[in-house]
Design a protein around this ligand. Structure first.
Ligand code: GDG
Length: 482
């Protein structure tokens, strides 16, 4: 029985050094909760039992010394083996802030004008990918299954393939793969390296069918591979590309409605806003999330539908993110100015249209907000999937309307949402009105279709589907060699 090696840029822990000592927090992203559910089923689920051990490899946001002290104090508690990597801070900066988030992220989200093509960024990206490859090569044993995650590590599958030709290697991209016409904007050596990097895997997964097609098309045009549907023939190997739309831990969000703390928060909110409808959104502060367009839409809505003034409140939560990157920091100012303008223009002595928060929410607060929101306004300009949309649907009990951007991966699954184009701010304003007047029967009917789908294809199913197909691809690969 082999082991499962998960690799992501960051380990799911952060370490804070405070006056009282080290504080370790386990982060709660989609991947962490997927793996947690998976591990919890060890013993009851034959699939979850098939690996002898799970190992998570990732970098750490602290010094090696702090990490080792936290380990020695028993503060790092996980039901998997942890293999930390400590890239030197300057190198990490070039790799993460630089190539990953100032080149790949904007380009893959269709913001080519924000891309910074700097040679030193690419070199740092290469070196940090190499550090990951060294670490994995040092722990790899034949029979292990390797699963690499996301855009920070696109060179890694091929680096591993060079050193471990027989290994079973999967890769999953959490962001969009852009169309060839966008991807080709990247300098030739780099775009080729990224594609060849991914082609080192046996299976390359994406959220949607479109992303799969874009990747295959780019591989054909740039690396000149042969392909048949989603199967690519490269260097005497078969590489499969396929769609695996990530799900959520559906039960966790549905059951939060029974949790005492969550109910306490949601009751207080309902009492406070008893005479108002609640619009809600939560996103990281990122230009891809379309926050400025969203605010403009809300302003147009207040102008076009004056009957809703004093009867609706928009709770806008923005989560701090990547604030060392100038484009992110500048955005914050623009958003805050816009919020003040709208509040200044429309507030009365008794009412304020926008409640803006720039802070992290606790899980309980997040669930309570999902539950009380009459409308969720999820309007990114581009998003690989968007889990918030799915979590909102799972949390709705007997009411709720989702307004969703057509430019998210989630839009291809959540057809019963009100689908909008976020750049058409008048369309979004009209959709807000449509959502607010939608009869409860219609709301419930739309919700139930989406909820059924999300309950069935949850995050655990996503994880299993990927790993099962990886194992099948490996068998095909071995058959080819015989
Ligand atoms: C990337 C891709 C893709 C957010 N604020 C708080 C909070 N969250 C949680 C949400 C959700 C997650 O963070 C955000 O996920 P998204 O999918 O919406 O967006 P990204 O962070 O950009 O994720 C994206 C995803 O990877 C998965 O493949 O869907 O397209 O960009 O789970 O609940 N959680 C808490 N407080 C917050 O304030 N507790």
């Amino acid at each position: 029985m082999g082991r499962l090696i998960i690799i992501s840029n960051r380990l799911p822990f952060s370490i804070d050094k405070t006056g009282e000592g080290l504080i370790v927090r386990q982060s709660s992203g989609g991947l962490v909760s997927a793996l947690k559910s998976f591990f919890e089923r060890r013993g009851t689920d034959s699939f979850a039992n098939q690996y002898s051990e799970e190992i998570w490899v990732g970098s750490v946001d602290s010094t090696e010394e702090d990490w080792r002290s936290a380990e020695a104090e028993g503060l790092i508690d996980a039901d998997f083996i942890i293999e930390p990597i400590f890239p030197p801070p300057a190198l990490y900066n070039g790799y993460y802030t630089g190539f990953s988030n100032s080149a790949i992220w904007p380009l893959f989200h269709y913001f080519p004008t924000l891309v910074e093509y700097k040679k030193e960024y690419f070199e740092a990206y290469l070196k940090v990918n190499q550090l990951f490859a060294d670490k994995i090569a040092s722990i790899y044993e034949p029979g292990d299954v390797i699963w690499v995650h996301d855009y920070q590590l696109m060179l890694l599958p091929n680096m591993l393939r060079q050193r471990m030709p027989e290994a079973s290697i999967g890769f999953f991209l959490h962001i969009p793969f852009p169309s060839y016409e966008i991807f080709r904007l990247m300098p030739s050596d780099w775009k080729r390296a990224l594609l060849e990097g991914l082609l080192g895997a046996d299976l390359v997964g994406f959220h949607t069918y479109d992303y799969v097609q874009h990747f295959v098309q780019s591989a054909k045009m740039i690396v000149k591979v042969e392909s048949q549907f989603n199967t690519i023939y490269y260097n005497n190997r078969v590489v499969k590309a396929d769609q695996f739309p990530i799900g959520i831990d559906y039960e966790k969000f549905r059951d939060a409605s029974l949790d005492e703390t969550v109910v306490g928060i949601s009751s207080a909110l309902e009492e406070k806003f008893y005479d108002q409808k609640i619009l809600f959104s939560v996103d990281r502060l990122d230009y891809t999330k379309g926050l400025e367009h969203r605010l403009e839409s809300f302003e147009i809505f207040l102008a076009l539908y004056p009957e809703w003034r004093e009867r609706v409140v928009f709770i806008l939560n923005v989560i701090p993110s990547r604030d060392s990157i100038p484009t992110y920091n500048e955005r914050r100012k623009l958003i805050e100015e816009r919020v003040s303008t709208i509040n200044g223009k429309y507030s009365t002595l008794q009412w304020q249209p926008l409640i803006y928060r720039y802070n992290h929410l606790s899980f309980d607060e997040l669930c309570a907000l999902y539950q009380v929101a009459d409308v969720a306004l999820i309007t990114p300009l581009r998003d690989g999937m968007n889990l918030v949309a799915k979590e909102y649907i799972a949390s709705c009990i007997d009411k709720g309307v989702l307004i969703l951007s057509e430019l998210t991966g989630a839009a291809s699954e959540l057809n019963e949402a009100l689908i909008v184009n976020p750049t058409d701010t008048t369309e979004v304003a009209n959709a807000i009105n449509q959502a607010l007047i939608m009869p409860l029967m219609e709301q419930r009917s739309r919700l139930s279709y989406m909820q059924r789908r999300l309950a069935e294809y949850d995050v655990l199913r996503w994880l299993k589907d990927f790993l099962e197909q990886l194992s099948a691809s490996k068998k095909d690969q071995d058959a080819l060699r015989i």
